[in-house]
Design a protein around this ligand. Structure first.
Ligand code: SF4
Length: 368
């Protein structure tokens, strides 16, 4: 069992009020009846890792929609987590994901008093017509209200999620979304191009991706965010200096973390694994005191582990410092990418050129 600092604790809340058209996350709509049992199950799973108590420096409560939990359920959730983390205020960073329709003044105050330091709030786009097409519940006025509640509660570190390449979205819609959002001065913005995955309502409805339009929009958005002081530090993430998401940086630095809950992934003692994606199975196993069924367990070694380190590290605009032996080991891939102008090497730091971050998958393929 790991005894050294693990750094990240991720807790998955797999419930949403309704399913967004593009959603590929593990989350069920309309299953609020399961939440109380789910929190009990989380508490038991957390207790099974009590040997790791005190080893965490960041916490990320994601979903799904964690803000869907009632105040009483949130209290129970924190009671389940804090035996592992200690006081949440003592952590270097603690993030809570929220959607505007389920975040009010009372919950904002509760999260603040629980010690949460960072909120990630879903916006996606400013135009209500597009939000409706996405199947979002919250409209832009709801976002404004929730954002105001967070600032009033004292949150000084807020991320907003935005999307581009949406069906029917024009460049001026994205520009308006950015302008309205930037008026609010968020510390961090995550921007994702629409991907249509099998099994989503969008896929069933035949919605198509628009990669060329999305790439143009992404380029424009990155320039606007940069001029507002939000520097791109990862493929999809922009922040004020010092507001980069520490929990996520740990993922990209191949750090160790523990994931609790349905579908949650862990990286401990060099092993990668992930819990079942079935919330009912997760609850039943945890409440019965059985091992949680896993989607996979694997330990990367040698070249595969080093390739993963490069691929994760290249997600960061700062790139990754490589030792000479790794440069030699991957010299064919690196030279091919350098010749194609997709990456650059300064001293021993390899990074994807900013104008090619959008096609980073072409870079990653070279290391697979
Ligand atoms: S709120 Fe997020 S997790 Fe829930 S359905 Fe929408 S995209 Fe998926």
């Amino acid at each position: 069992m790991t005894t050294f600092p693990v750094r990240g604790l991720y807790v998955h809340i797999p419930f949403c009020r309704s399913k967004c058209g593009y959603c590929d996350f593990v989350s069920a709509a309309g299953r609020e009846d399961l939440i109380d049992d789910y929190i009990k199950a989380l508490s038991l799973e957390a207790a099974s890792f009590r040997a790791l108590s005190g080893n965490f420096s960041t916490l990320y409560i994601g979903g799904g929609t964690p803000s869907l939990l009632s105040p009483a359920q949130l209290e129970k959730l924190f009671a389940a987590i804090t035996p592992l983390t200690g006081p949440v205020t003592n952590l270097a960073e603690s993030t809570f994901e929220a959607n505007p329709e389920s975040l009010d003044d009372r919950k904002a105050a509760l999260l603040k008093s629980a010690g949460i330091s960072r909120i990630s709030l879903g916006l996606q786009t400013w135009q209500d017509g597009l939000l409706k097409k996405l199947g979002r519940i919250a409209m832009s006025a709801d976002f404004l209200k929730a954002y105001g509640a967070l600032r009033a509660a004292g949150f000084a570190n807020i991320n907003a999620d935005l999307m581009c390449g949406l069906p029917g979205q024009r460049m001026k819609d994205l520009e308006e979304s950015l302008a309205r959002l930037l008026e609010l001065e968020p510390e961090h913005v995550s921007l994702y191009a629409l991907e249509v995955h099998k099994g989503t309502p969008f896929h069933a409805a035949g919605v198509k991706e628009a990669p060329e339009e999305a790439a143009e929009m992404y380029k424009t958005a990155a320039a606007i965010l940069k001029s507002a002081g939000l520097a791109r530090y990862e493929i999809s993430n922009f922040s004020l200096s010092g507001r980069e998401a520490a929990h996520n940086l740990n993922y990209w630095e191949q750090g160790e973390y523990l994931g609790l809950g349905t579908a949650a992934a862990s990286h401990l003692d060099g092993e990668r694994r992930a819990n079942t994606t079935d919330t009912t199975v997760f609850i039943e196993a945890a409440l019965a005191g059985s091992a949680i069924p896993q989607q996979y367990r694997e330990t990367l070694k040698g070249r595969a582990k080093r390739a993963e380190k490069i691929m994760l590290g290249l997600r960061k605009t700062a790139g990754i410092e490589l030792h000479d032996d790794i440069i030699i080991e991957f010299s064919i891939a690196i030279n091919r990418l350098l010749a194609a102008g997709l990456v650059e090497m300064k001293d021993r730091t390899l990074s994807i050129r900013e104008d090619h971050l959008y096609v980073s998958n072409a870079v990653f393929r070279e290391f697979v």
